[in-house]
Design a protein around this ligand. Structure first.
Ligand code: ASP
Length: 308
């Protein structure tokens, strides 16, 4: 099938993003981080590149930006370390790869891609994933690379209050993700996260769980989620949207709204997602106050948004 539409959507996390604490300078920095990532991925699609390359480039750009809770700028777990999760999936053949609980890797999404391309497995965790990173010559960064004062302060506060926190005092999920449709009609999705502040050592969220936080299939959609991971796993969010489209014939918008605005709300699952279908329709629903997000598709202006 020849195709001419291309589309890219990304998120930098959902949650209660309070206008009162958002300065114009900080907002401009977030918008720049989102725009830079959007441009990186969209340039690949415009040049005829693949959806997989586009989502990997977009998510890597967001991982490199310390404002977002993925790669550099990841949150601290209960024992004061960074443990990161990531996944990537190709819609044309359901190829997918993921890593969980990894440390020191600058771009976890690229390690997830190496799992997809270089192993016969889907998910590698902890020490095994670390060893795999070394055999693949991934350069490791010292803990200081991932350190940000803001995340450290959040962790100290969460420790004192004895709670597990979703990235921010104001309940913000800073996970990053992207979905894309390329010129050949192939879909792809990728997600990367530092997880939740003060999370238990070894805790894994929805992001690297295929079908929960990340999913892509050419006949339906590509999805990347952000929100309270435990609830997103219970609701099998990304795969549920795929099923509603595949078995029930719902549109992308109908299916994603149903899951995010009804099903998740009923079980208290705060968050949102970005999604694209095979026609290049984009949907970015969230049930929180805001979600850092951006999108662009053929013949349409780029959008960079934070609030409703
Ligand atoms: N979903 C992520 C997790 O639970 C958190 C986030 O979206 O920021 O690990």
């Amino acid at each position: 099938m020849s195709h001419s539409t291309i589309a890219l959507a990304l998120h930098g996390g959902a949650g209660t993003i309070l206008r009162e604490t958002m300065t114009p300078e900080l907002q401009a920095q977030y918008q720049l981080g989102l725009q830079t990532a959007l441009d990186a991925g969209y340039a690949i699609l415009e040049a005829g590149g693949s959806a997989i390359d586009a989502v990997a480039a977009t998510v890597s750009s967001l991982e490199d930006c310390p404002l977002f809770n993925a790669g550099r700028g990841s949150v601290f777990n209960h024992i004061g370390e960074h443990e990161m999760d990531a996944a990537i999936m190709a819609g044309n053949n359901l190829a997918c790869g993921a890593v969980a609980g990894i440390q020191g890797v600058r771009n976890p999404v690229q390690l997830a891609r190496a799992v997809m391309e270089e192993t016969e497995h889907v998910l590698l965790i902890g020490q095994g994933a670390q060893t795999f990173a070394q055999t693949q010559d991934f350069p490791l960064q010292p803990a200081s690379y991932f350190f940000t004062q803001q995340r450290f302060d959040q962790w100290q506060q969460a420790l004192q209050e004895g709670r597990v926190q979703l990235d921010h005092t104001e309940k913000k999920f800073g996970t990053v993700g992207a979905v894309a449709l390329d010129i050949r009609g192939d879909l792809a999705a990728a997600t990367s996260t530092g997880g939740m502040t003060n999370k238990q050592f070894g805790r894994v969220g929805d992001s690297p769980i295929i079908g929960a936080g990340t999913w892509a299939a050419n006949d339906t959609c590509a999805i990347s989620c952000t929100g309270h991971g435990e609830l997103f796993i219970k609701a099998a969010v990304a795969h549920d949207i795929h099923c509603l489209m595949s078995y029930k014939g719902l549109s992308l918008q109908e299916a994603s709204d149903l899951v995010v605005l009804e099903k998740l709300v009923k079980i208290g699952g705060e968050g949102g997602l970005v999604a694209v279908d095979a026609q290049g329709n984009i949907s970015m629903p969230f049930n929180s106050d805001g979600m850092y997000r951006a999108c662009k598709s053929s013949g349409r202006e780029a959008q960079v948004l934070i609030y409703k």
